[in-house]
Write a protein that binds this ligand. Structure first.
Ligand code: AMP
Length: 282
């Protein structure tokens, strides 16, 4: 597996790939890789001849007081995992390589409508940071396809819309959420959890599934369902950031006539913030 630290080296190799007709698949990550990330690599491997992963903890998408400085870094084991899944190359730029003019002097990309609820509300500026780095990576690597996890449902919808709205010729592919046996969505942030917290965290997925059941039984009072789920989570020891029954495409609060839904949720367990979601078709 090739390791690139500079944009120049990366672009030279990708130009050669392109000339020889290889399709490039991009898998952007922040590292500390687990099976969730590797499912994206597997999906890319099936569809593209050259699979490029990126590992970059993007300072622009972290707010003040968030975990930028403590974000887990496990580069050597990340390389081993990527190589074991036959990833062809990994780009690990320094912050100065991605933001040569500094992060405070950076053109920003924003998808305001889809960013105004859920994580966008709790983490102001987060999605501008994500859209900006993803646009930069798209322009640098000009992939044919790019792979993102459905675990970050709002992010996936935002990146799809950004790509369409800005006429970026990249096919954005969503990959299903990978979970542990208890149902907890895999996440680098699960590493912050103590053993006893891991079993508490599994209640997040439980609350989503319970709400789906009630929706399928015909419950139409969405606010009451959100409150019930909130109570369940609080009793389980989780602090609710949001629990929203939303339209799956617009991400706006769902109305009684909507049938294509997603439930988006974020909770705190101690200082650790966890997110999850579930799709519902009524
Ligand atoms: P991150 O390193 O957390 O920024 O994640 C990089 C990519 O991996 C994003 O597209 C995430 O949605 C995806 N991802 C993270 N966790 C999972 C998971 N449990 N299942 C599927 N994809 C995931």
């Amino acid at each position: 597996m090739q390791i690139f630290e500079t944009r120049d080296d990366l672009q030279k190799t990708l130009a050669t790939c392109r000339q020889s007709g290889q399709h490039i698949g991009l898998v952007p990550t922040m590292g500390n890789l687990h099976e969730g990330h590797l499912a994206l690599v597997d999906a890319a491997r099936k569809q593209c001849q050259y699979v490029l992963s990126t590992i970059f903890v993007n300072p622009l998408q972290f707010g003040p007081g968030e975990d930028l400085d403590n974000y887990p870094k496990t580069l050597e084991s990340d390389y081993e995992l990527l190589a074991s899944r036959h990833c062809d190359g990994v780009f690990v730029p320094a912050v100065s390589e991605m933001y040569p003019n500094g992060i405070n002097n950076q053109t920003l990309v924003s998808v305001p409508t889809l960013s105004r609820h859920h994580c966008g509300l709790s983490r102001p500026g987060h999605f501008e940071g994500v859209c900006t780095i993803v646009s930069k990576l798209f322009n640098l690597t000009m992939p044919d396809m790019a792979f993102f996890g459905e675990k970050d449902y709002q992010q996936l919808q935002i990146i799809k819309k950004m790509t369409t709205d800005l006429c970026i010729p990249v096919k954005v592919v969503g990959v299903p959420t990978q979970r542990t046996e208890s149902g907890l969505a895999m996440s680098s942030r699960n590493n912050y959890l103590e053993d006893r917290q891991v079993s508490i965290a599994a209640n997040l997925q439980r609350s989503l599934k319970m709400t789906v059941e009630k929706l399928k039984q015909g419950e139409t009072n969405f606010s009451a369902l959100e409150l019930d789920a909130g109570e369940f989570l609080t009793t389980a020891g989780l602090k609710v950031d949001y629990f929203n029954i939303s339209h799956a495409v617009t991400l706006e609060p769902a109305g009684a006539r909507d049938s294509n839904l997603v439930i988006l949720a974020a909770v705190f367990l101690g200082k650790t913030r966890l997110i999850d979601n579930i799709r519902v078709q009524l």
